[in-house]
Design a protein around this ligand. Structure first.
Ligand SMILES: Cc1cc2nc3c(=O)[nH]c(=O)nc-3n(C[C@H](O)[C@H](O)[C@H](O)COP(=O)(O)OP(=O)(O)OC[C@H]3O[C@@H](n4cnc5c(N)ncnc54)[C@H](O)[C@@H]3O)c2cc1C
Length: 476
């Protein structure tokens, strides 16, 4: 090998999870290096692109852990397959304080509880991706500077390609530096422990096809898209188990987003779809809209044609909920102002013609839906419609509206199996010696039957801190 480096901890990925793990390790006196495939100082990653809202299960980070746990249980229907959720509840407040100690500045982003802690300066309340100089970007730069001040290092333009396994334990990674394999120089980073924090597998079409959607090209990449599943593949070679692979965090977007960069990552169509009906070309509902936007995005992605669904709603939703600016930018008017199409017609038959949906099928769906709303019998619909999270809105007030949907995939919620200390586990529950994982590379905290989203930033910090602390404890 051309160049071997030896440190206590090697971290794969320079997002929030990786930088949290490396900083904490360095704080605890360990030598740490972060390997980041992006070469630019402001390399793209989901952490940098994020809205910077730090919450667990939409609760204030300082809420009573029992309340946070109850919120997690409600979102996941109690299905926490690896019993990891208590670390999210118990560590939320500590993670927030640690971020503040690292120079993280926060503001209150709005009246909703989950917006209590927003990294400052916040992103502007308008459509499109604006991240430069915003809270998450600033915080990542702070963490990089802090890491260096503790003697750690962020190596940019270095892609981890494999794990070094010696005597049954992981003892480093092999990497490629500077471009495609044929031009890059092979190196090794040897270490006591490796932390995989490469952000998930949303950027790998083959893995997305295997686990999430028969048609990955029909999913819009609502993020940096550079979690390529490298960490997952490496961990699996080392014998790691995986969990929850079929679920991702994402939102419903207007279909024109593929050709209009102002229509992502915000505004999303979720708030409208959660109270209305989402139909296929036959005008039929195919899943429970009442489970929320992330659930719908997952179900649409799993269809043979993820570009076949349309949300139909009435004018009271468009002028009411869709214009509610508690969580801006709201759809009305920003979606239309930026070039998105909201179809409108005085009759459902005319609307069906505009959106290419079977008119008789749509009419029956709306009649059944309205009758069920009136009778309070939405559980009897086929498919049933839940009412505990979002109240359905009967489609009565003309003009009637429709938006053709696409799925925006942000990050995969399944991944490597870990324990409470972020140690990677074999299928039988035994740790893979020397191997840890953090952030969106891990599974078992989010997802499940309801596709529950718990909060990507808090997960990144909490799992990153715990990995570093366990490595430090073992070193003694
Ligand atoms: C538009 C948007 C809005 C969001 N808003 C919020 C929000 O408000 N609140 C919230 O909680 N969450 C939010 N999220 C989700 C959140 O950003 C992520 O869950 C979190 O940042 C994940 O952190 P991470 O470190 O695990 O991954 P990432 O930030 O994706 O970092 C992974 C890094 O690993 C690098 N990498 C990948 N493979 C390799 C390799 N082989 N070798 C070296 N490096 C590699 C990548 O280049 C990347 O830099 C949002 C995401 C997006 C895109």
């Amino acid at each position: 090998m051309a160049n071997d480096v030896v440190v206590d901890v090697v971290v794969v990925g320079g997002g929030l999870a990786g930088l949290s793990a490396a900083n904490r390790a360095a704080e605890l006196g360990l030598s740490a290096v972060v390997l980041e495939q992006g070469a630019a100082p402001d390399y793209p990653c989901n952490s940098r692109f994020s809205g910077g809202i730090v919450h667990v299960a939409q609760k204030d980070m300082r809420a009573d852990p029992a309340d946070i746990q109850a919120a997690i249980d409600a979102l996941t229907d109690g299905d926490n397959s690896t019993a990891l959720s208590p670390i999210m509840a118990d560590e939320a407040a500590r993670a927030l304080e640690w971020m503040r100690e690292q120079g993280g500045k926060f503001i209150k982003g709005g009246v909703l509880e989950f917006m209590r802690w927003v990294l400052a300066p916040p992103r502007p309340r308008r459509p499109g991706l604006e991240w430069k100089g915003r809270g998450p970007d600033v915080f990542l730069r702070n963490l990089t500077a802090k890491l260096e001040s503790h003697g750690g290092k962020l190596e940019r333009g270095v892609r981890a390609t494999g794990l070094i396994i010696e005597g049954g334990r992981v003892s480093g990674v092999t990497v490629e530096r500077g471009g495609p394999p044929e031009q890059s120089e092979a190196e090794q980073f040897k270490s006591e422990a490796v932390v995989i924090a490469d952000g998930g597998f949303q950027g790998d079409a083959d893995m997305v096809r295997q686990y999430i959607s028969p048609n990955p090209d029909a999913l819009f990449t609502r993020g940096a898209g550079n979690g390529n599943g490298d960490g997952l593949r490496m961990a699996m070679v080392a014998g790691a188990g995986v969990v929850g692979m079929n679920r991702f965090y994402g939102h419903l977007l207007g279909r024109e987003t593929f050709n209009n960069e102002k229509l992502w990552p915000y505004p999303t169509v979720d708030a409208i779809a959660q109270v209305s009906v989402v139909v296929d070309g036959a005008g039929a509902r195919v899943f429970d809209e009442g489970q929320g936007g992330v659930y719908m995005a997952n179900n649409i992605a799993a269809l043979d044609n993820p570009l076949s669904m349309t949300v139909v709603f009435d004018d009271s939703v468009w002028t009411g909920l869709a214009a509610d600016n508690r969580y801006p930018p709201c759809m009305n008017p920003s979606f239309v102002n930026e070039g998105g199409t909201v179809f409108a017609a005085d009759s459902l038959a005319e609307l069906a013609g505009q959106i290419g949906v079977d008119a008789a099928g749509l009419a029956k769906t709306v009649v059944d839906f309205n009758a069920a709303v009136e009778a309070g019998s939405l559980e009897a619909l086929s498919p049933p419609r839940a009412t505990d999270k979002f109240q359905p809105n009967a489609i009565r007030t003309a003009p009637f509206h429709a938006i053709q949907l696409c799925v925006g995939m942000t990050y995969t919620m399944g991944g490597v199996m870990i324990d409470r200390n972020s140690q990677v586990l074999h299928d039988d529950g035994a740790p893979v010696a020397g191997l840890y994982a953090a952030g969106s590379a891990t599974g078992g905290i989010e997802g499940g039957p309801s596709a529950a989203y718990i909060g990507g930033l808090s997960k990144a910090v909490i799992t990153g801190l715990r990995a570093a602390e366990h490595i430090s404890n073992l070193k003694g």
